[in-house]
Every structure is written in C-alpha cells, then in structure tokens.
Design a protein. Structure first.
Length: 190
C-alpha cells in the first residue's frame, strides 16, 4: 500500500524527470515504513508459538477471544516460515489460537522476538484518507530534503543553522496532528 505515489512526490518536489522513478519510490517506501506501523490496524502481536504435530499454537499477551474466531482467515507475519502466510484458525483459547502448519517435529512453546503479527481482515483503507495521504507526502518531502541537504541536515527557519534532528522522532511529530484520529493506541506508549 503506497500512501504517496511517485507522481505525487515528483510533482510536490518539482523535480520533473531529473530523478528516476526508482529513486523517488525508495523515498515513498521509506515514508510508508515510518508511518504505517503507527496506524491502527486489525492485528495482534504474537509473543510466542509452539506446535504438536501439525497443530501450531500462537500465543498473545492479552485476551484475544473477542478478536479471533474459529474459521477466520488471518495473515501471519514475523512468526517463522512454518507459520507465516494466510492461515485458517482451527481453535481459539483466551490468549492463543491454533492453525495448521507443516511441522514435522514437535516444538515446545518459545518466544518470538521481535513479535510476530496476526492480522485479520482490514476495515480501513488508509490510502483513501486525505489527512494520512498529506502526512505521508510531508514525511516523503522531509526525507527527500534530508537526503539532498549537506551532511543530511536541514536548516532551521530562525537562523539557518544545521539541525541534526531532521530524521529523529520529530519526523513523525510534525504530522501527528493529521494522524491523531488514526494512530494505534498501542504505538503511543512511552
């Protein structure tokens, strides 16, 4: 899902055909990588997994009985090759669910680090939300300008002094007002 297209970024920067699509696409992809993890999605984080035969069990740190149900199709990522992909849930407990895997050896419960993700059907299409599209474009422009500025630093408006903070946590803070209604509460801890 590209929140900012190459054509939009090219137009906003006014660079015409000076740079290839691949160069501009890398900036759009970086913007997505910065922004998308913070948007609220229909997903839960997998903290551990194990299996007995071909029955794989994925564990969560909270009650998931209201999120997932038997027969539901989920997309699993970051949980290892035996679990990753689209799976159908075959059993649900308070903090775990079962799926069919292609394991040949039993494995006890063990931690998944970094956490994996179990994503159910998505109800929001963020590519159609103007505030999110604008935030993505602003982040893309900030990334582009940081690449082009000497030493990768931007200039402040008040004194034209180099600022080493152009790609720090303030990158997302600049657009937080646009994103506020769409941010995942779990991404705002700390």
């Amino acid at each position: 899902m590209a929140l900012t297209t190459v054509a939009e970024l090219r137009s906003a920067l006014g660079v015409g055909t000076l740079y290839t699509d691949a160069v501009l696409q890398s900036v759009c992809d970086a913007s997505d990588n910065v922004l998308l993890p913070f948007l609220w999605k229909n997903q839960q984080y997998i903290i551990a997994h194990g299996n007995t035969g071909t029955v794989g069990t994925l564990y969560f740190d909270q009650d998931i009985s209201d999120y997932f149900y038997v027969g539901q199709s989920v997309t699993i990522s970051g949980a290892g090759t035996k679990y990753n992909g689209t799976k159908t849930i075959t059993g649900v407990d308070t903090r775990s669910f079962n799926v069919t895997t292609n394991h040949t050896v039993d494995n006890p419960r063990h931690t998944v680090e970094p956490y994996g993700i179990a994503a159910a059907e998505t109800y929001a299409d963020y590519t159609t939300v103007p505030a999110i599209q604008e935030a993505s474009l602003m982040i893309s422009i900030a990334i582009w300008q940081a690449r082009q500025a000497p030493s990768g630093q931007g200039m402040t408006v008040d004194g034209f002094a180099p600022s080493p903070f152009t790609m720090s946590n303030t990158l997302l803070a600049r657009v937080r007002g646009l994103l506020a209604p769409y941010l995942d509460p779990r991404s705002m801890v700390g």
